[in-house]
Design a protein around this ligand. Structure first.
Ligand code: PLP
Length: 424
């Protein structure tokens, strides 16, 4: 309930305060800015699902970034989670921003981000958006084809261009962006020739190995390819000053000369762990546990009675109040696996608590009338009743950003906290 929300944030603070080992002026600034956001908005029902957005986690991720990748300037990929507090936090911390559209550029500028700290990192842009960027002094942008160069010549001839090349193996990522974008290194010389003929200014090279890449080798290969492009560019009179590594953690010092500015476009790195989603069990159906698949679950409804042994216990279909058309669209679009945990049962908070309760098979369904709206087909949880709560960790990346209001369900509200306390 809204009252309990504060208990959840408090519990989360307890967990995370153990992690906060440093302080700097940013923490104080953020605390001041965020106090007004702690309260529960008026239009929230007591059973409504809610996010806890922990800006302290964003701050900690930034500190870690600075420690681990001191040479790489992060330009936050706003598409991942265009949440006002995340943007505000990162703008205060001084990161740059990767914007994909006019609206994202507008948003960054609204938060006081200097145009020189924005990269318009969409290789295929609408011309009116290019004109808008030109009018606002956002000059840095990516391209990966000759037609884009001709458009840019017409609408922003003074652009600072970054050629986006294809990463080597997109299959090592959750989302293979190479299917859509990136010039194969072999055609880069012809693109640079077009840029030279058009008297455009190409200042650097970028790649994106795919969103959610778990293979460091892929980054290494892409950095090597970029180093080759930096050399080739000299033949066309372009002395590159920038490498944009998309999102990632490679060792780049050996390959990239020290005068080259290195930036990155991390999205999920900053947003994913900052958001926890709490959902209410709004309905449930008890089904025989012998049923083998989801279709059988529905037909196999059984009356719940005290089981005489664990094996007599039914399985459950739980219906919760956020789903595939809302925050869980990440299951479809971002190939995420969302694991439920029990947040509150019969009014008792169990956040982070160890439990010895037996678990039973369950499937978890979103609130719409569409049967594709299924979060988990084969889960396992302690028995929950209508009105109990589940939560899902790491729900900040590509969740609310693409949520719809299908069937009239509103987007899930965010309650903010800041568990970054510094070392005091
Ligand atoms: N930059 C570009 C151009 C992207 O398309 C994306 C994601 O789609 C990102 C950065 C952010 O990627 P991630 O959230 O995996 O860091």
């Amino acid at each position: 309930t809204p009252g309990s929300v504060q208990s959840v944030t408090t519990l989360r603070e307890d967990v995370h305060s153990a992690l906060a080992t440093r302080t700097d002026s940013v923490a104080a600034v953020m605390k001041e800015k965020m106090d007004s956001y702690y309260s529960v908005p008026d239009n929230v029902d007591e059973e409504d699902a809610f996010f806890v957005g922990d800006m302290g986690e964003v701050i900690r991720q930034h500190i870690q970034w600075k420690e681990m990748l001191p040479r790489v300037e992060p330009f936050y990929a706003m598409k991942c989670c265009p949440d006002p507090m995340v943007i505000k936090t990162l703008a205060t911390l001084g990161t740059g921003f990767d914007c994909a559209s006019r609206t994202e550029i507008e948003t960054a500028l609204e938060y006081g981000v200097d145009p020189s700290k924005i990269i318009y990192a969409n290789p295929c842009k609408q011309t009116s958006h290019i004109r808008y960027a030109a009018a606002k002094g956002v000059h840095m942008m990516t391209f990966d084809n000759a037609d884009e160069l001709r458009k840019i010549k017409q609408h922003m001839p003074n652009a600072q261009l970054v050629v986006r090349i294809l990463g080597s193996d997109g299959s090592r990522s959750l989302c293979n962006l190479g299917l859509k974008f990136g010039a194969p290194p072999a055609i880069v010389p012809s693109l640079l020739q077009v840029a030279k003929d058009l008297e455009l200014n190409v200042i650097g090279v970028s790649f994106h190995v795919g969103s959610g890449c778990f293979d460091a080798q892929v980054f290494g290969d892409a950095v090597k390819a970029a180093a080759g492009v930096i050399e080739v560019a000299k033949d066309f009179g372009f002395e590159f000053s920038m490498l944009d590594i998309g999102g990632g953690f490679p060792s780049i010092d050996d390959l990239i000369p020290s005068h080259i500015r290195v930036i990155a476009e991390p999205g999920r790195y900053y947003a994913a762990s900052a958001f926890t989603l709490a959902v209410n069990v709004v309905a449930r159906r008890a089904v025989s546990r012998d049923v083998k698949n989801v279709e059988d679950l529905v037909s196999g409804e059984v009356a719940v009675q005290a089981p005489t042994s664990a094996n007599d216990h039914p399985a459950f279909m739980y219906y919760i109040n956020d789903g595939m058309y809302g925050s869980f669209n990440c299951i479809t679009f971002d190939h995420q696996i969302c694991t439920p945990r029990v947040l509150a049962k019969n009014g008792t908070f169990m956040f982070g608590a160890e439990t010895t309760e037996p678990e039973y098979p369950c499937s978890i369904w979103g609130p719409t009338c569409d049967s594709i709206d299924c979060i988990t087909k084969e889960g396992s949880l302690p028995e929950l009743n209508v009105g109990d709560w589940m939560y899902f960790d790491n729900m900040g990346a590509y969740t609310l950003a693409a949520a719809s209001r299908f069937n009239g369900f509103k987007k899930t509200v965010i309650l903010y906290t800041n568990t970054y306390k510094g070392h005091n």
